[in-house]
Design a protein. Sequence first.
Length: 193
Amino acid sequence: MRRIAFFISGTGGNALNLLRACREGRVPGLPVLGVASTAKAGGIARLEAEGLPMAVVVPGTFDSDGAFSEACYQAAEAAGAEVICLCGWLKKLTVPTRWNGRILNIHPGLLPRYGGPGMYGMHVHRTVLAAGEAESGATVHLVDGEYDHGRVLDQLRVPVLPGDTPEDLQQRVYGAEMELYPRALAAYLAQRD
């Protein structure tokens, strides 16, 4: 069973969802650590309440993205993690060769459209609505060092409904994320065994 670290920057909803999916046997992984990019992340308390050890690695205390990224990887490696799942992680990571193909991310839009620097959270939903799209959704992809660029592993589409606000669309996409991320992670882990 692969050992997994969850990286969070906010409420930790996707991490909590994956943690429970692992514990319920829907995902063949063993969560070993959560890493937060800010001590203010609401997900820290939520994941600790589930018994997951947490580490806080703050980017402002490092002189480069590379040094910050390395500290995050070292925390994950110290816990024995073999796979990292980014769960609302908002900080740039450089990806060293040793972690190629072992970092997954979930994005609240259909990549390759509506991705890239600055395209996260509500920004994605506002842009999708402004473009008049008929659908949106969520994407799980491998992380390769460019924002929202790595190989797409799975997607789940949702309709954009007449009169949708960004908040309406966010809620529908978030529901898709809750279904998609465990499914994509389970398939990814099955292929690696």
